[in-house]
Design a protein around this ligand. Structure first.
Ligand code: ADE
Length: 240
């Protein structure tokens, strides 16, 4: 694992990694697009990181599937990584054992939960079922949970999306992973998601309120997990 590229939606989530790995911004990398690229050499790994940048109208970070798709295309075509890591926050399910601040790694497959096309095989295509990097060893060695990442374009969880999630056993709810995994699959690039839980979608509390309360803790946890997992890959490289 000599080239790893992080894809991160929010500046606040990416900044600690940029500082920890001493990454420098690559100027004018993507023309007039808002995405920003950073890079450094850490141990024997070339680490790249793409941030989605900010929306010109609101000044807010570009979140969601559209920006994630474009960022992933840019990541793969510019940096040719051995592994893509999508790091960020997610909603979890209390009834499936999730707790605020838990770190989950993607496993089995990555799906969408809001692309309903109930016409034969289109239904399966709607879900996606994209492959992801086998996280079993890292989860065991580093002590992280694993879960099926499920992506949609909304923070809320209407009943119809919940029903879709039950069909795929999706349990880590975010707004980017499946879009990233789709592009990664087109290029046959492995993808691993590292997600920390900001809110419990079945807690009965408003998601936005829980998210705002816990974003700091979750950002801290996901950052620590990224450092640890990069060190894990570096130690594995030494053994080869
Ligand atoms: N990111 C953090 N919490 C989320 C949720 N509940 N849904 C989608 N994305 C999230």
């Amino acid at each position: 694992m000599k080239k790893i590229c992080f894809i991160i939606a929010m500046q606040a989530e990416g900044q600690p990694l940029i500082e920890h790995f001493g990454m420098k911004q690559l100027p004018h990398c993507f023309g007039n697009l808002p995405m920003k690229a950073y890079q450094s050499q850490y141990k024997d790994i070339e680490i790249s990181l793409i941030l989605n940048g900010q929306d010109a109208q609101t000044g807010l970070d570009h979140i969601g599937c559209e920006a994630a798709t474009l960022a992933t295309h840019l990541a793969i075509t510019n940096f040719h990584p051995d592994l893509l890591i999508n790091a960020g926050t997610a909603g979890g399910f209390m009834k499936k054992g999730a707790r605020i601040g838990d770190v989950y790694l993607s496993h089995k497959y990555i799906v969408f939960h809001d692309r309903r096309v109930s016409i034969g095989a289109w239904q399966k295509m709607g879900f996606g079922y994209y492959p992801c990097f086998d996280s079993d060893t890292i989860a065991k060695v580093c002590g992280y949970k694993q879960g099926i990442c499920t992506t949609g374009s909304s923070l809320d969880l209407p009943e119809i999306d919940l029903q879709q999630m039950q069909k795929t056993e999706g349990e880590i709810k975010d707004m980017e992973a499946a879009a990233i995994a789709w592009v990664a699959d087109l290029y046959r690039a492995p993808v691993l998601c590292i997600k920390s839980i900001t809110d419990l979608v079945d807690s009965g509390r408003p998601t936005a309120e829980e998210f705002n309360e816990n974003i700091h803790l979750a950002a801290q946890k996901v950052k620590e997990a990224c450092f640890r997992i990069i060190d894990f890959f570096a130690s594995q490289n030494k053994q080869i």
